[in-house]
Design a protein around this ligand. Structure first.
Ligand SMILES: [Zn+2]
Length: 467
């Protein structure tokens, strides 16, 4: 532990300039966030991806699978989504920029102080004021974006035939979401801030342990308590599909405890499947839409892909990477925690800035590192796409691994399921590589079909060698 703290101290010495140098952090945040926005929205979406929606035929690898009608529909849907992202990107950036420019972060802190004052609590109750602060900021930054999600659901998705959400369901979802936030966020924040106070400058390992424990609790809590508020999970009916998945799971020694069907069709006709749970007890969830759209042996192949993620321990690897990411963020943060100059740059009065409240320092710090976080996002997408190929490859190798001849065509079945998924979801088929780097955690359909072909060739070569 001491070695860790020595290293962190060295890092802090390099960052000591933050506390003393009079840096114009507000201008830095404005310029860097606008540059990121202009690059991501104007260049990547408008100039690189948007023109691809004018193409009149699908890529050759997909020509046989997309009828003219489906292709035209997918281009129209993609074009509308791109236009919407363009507007949304600029809207959110303008809003954030105004909040920074006009000192709203400082104003919100004084509003939070006055609110708890009404209840009889003074500024010495920093944690309480911090919770009020987050609520005030939520109101000024999230509520103005509400019309955008109304538009997305009831205009964009509706126009292309995906929306199944009724206005009542939409409002109920919002209220339930806010209620869950109100129950979870205050205790989380209180514990988070308390650890800073309690552990002083040695907060890094304690906070990391707390965040890890919180993530694990959420793995249990989310599907059992939170998700049922929004969706109905029912045991998958007995039949061919259930038998196939149970057989696959037991052959792979996947600790399957529950196999659910989820009523995703209640809100949208987009489809999917996933698994979750603790290492010794896993649950598989399949969207009713996927079951309806594909044959049982094709859904089995989708699950073979999902179990590939489990076999290669992708969720664990992602968790470890997120821990390393959190560690880096927390290692840099102390330089900003004791830096009155940073708060002054964002219009905080001298009396608040002298002893920066942890939550304020943390939020300002988040804005300052945001451009670097954008790079982290691109890297995480690249890693996720690698994992997708690995899971596809796993499905293709099952016959060799399990010695089950009936699984020889798993790659073909997965390919067919992916094609159906893309047709039904009207997914974009022409994708610019930079757009893909930013927005896609999965390779495109064309890329995956080409890779599946290559995996099948490898697989048949290695099974011939065995003979
Ligand atoms: Zn996957």
């Amino acid at each position: 532990m001491d070695f860790l703290h020595t290293q962190l101290d060295v890092l802090q010495k390099h960052l000591a300039f933050v506390a003393v140098e009079p840096i114009d952090w507000k201008t830095y945040v404005q310029v860097s966030s606008w540059l990121v926005c202009l690059f991501e929205v104007s260049y990547v979406i408008r100039l690189r991806q948007y023109p691809l929606y004018s193409k009149t035929a699908p890529p050759p690898v997909l020509a046989a699978h997309f009828t003219d009608e489906v292709f035209a529909k997918s281009q129209a849907y993609g074009r509308d989504k791109a236009k919407f992202s363009l507007f949304e990107g600029f809207f959110k950036q303008t809003l954030d920029s105004l909040l920074v420019q006009y000192g709203v972060y400082a104003w919100a802190w004084s509003v939070a102080g006055r609110s708890i004052g009404i209840l009889g609590y003074g500024p010495e109750y920093e944690i309480l004021q911090s919770i009020a602060y987050v609520i005030v900021l939520f109101l000024v930054s999230v509520i103005p974006s509400l019309p955008l999600s109304v538009y997305r659901t009831f205009v964009l998705e509706e126009k292309h035939g995906f929306n199944k959400t009724t206005p009542v369901l939409f409002v109920m979802d919002l209220l339930k979401g806010y209620a869950v936030g109100l129950v979870l966020v205050p205790p989380f924040l209180a514990a988070f801030l308390y650890i800073f106070k309690w552990a002083g400058d040695r907060f890094v390992p304690w906070l990391m342990a707390f965040l890890l424990a919180f993530q694990l609790v959420m793995v249990v809590l989310y599907p059992t308590v939170i998700q049922p508020l929004f969706n109905k999970l029912s045991p998958l009916a007995e039949g061919e599909l259930r038998t196939r998945i149970e057989a696959l799971a037991s052959r792979l020694k996947f600790p399957l405890t529950h196999l659910y069907e989820i009523d995703g069709s209640k809100r949208s006709s987009h489809s999917n499947a996933y698994f979750y749970g603790l290492p010794w007890s896993k649950h598989i969830v399949i969207f009713d839409t996927l079951i309806k759209q594909s044959k049982a042996d094709e859904v089995e192949a989708v699950l073979a892909h999902e179990l590939g993620h489990w076999y290669h321990m992708h969720p664990t690897k992602l968790l470890l990477i997120s821990q390393a990411h959190i560690f880096t963020i927390l290692g840099i943060f102390p330089a900003f925690l004791h830096a009155p100059a940073v708060l002054r740059a964002f219009d905080f009065p001298a009396d608040v800035a002298t002893h920066p409240p942890t939550i304020v320092a943390f939020l300002l710090f988040q804005m300052i590192v945001a451009p670097f976080e954008a790079v982290v996002g691109v890297a995480m997408n690249a890693l996720s796409r690698r994992f997708e190929y690995q899971a596809d490859n796993f499905a293709c190798k099952l016959r060799g691994m399990l010695k089950v001849e009936e699984m020889a065509d798993m790659g073909d079945r997965l390919g067919r399921a992916l094609i159906t998924l893309h047709q039904e979801n009207l997914s974009t088929v022409w994708v610019d590589w930079l757009f893909s780097a930013y927005h896609h955690s999965h390779p495109t359909l064309g890329e995956r079909l080409r890779a599946l072909e290559a995996f099948k060739v490898d697989e048949s070569k290695s099974s011939k060698k065995e003979l």
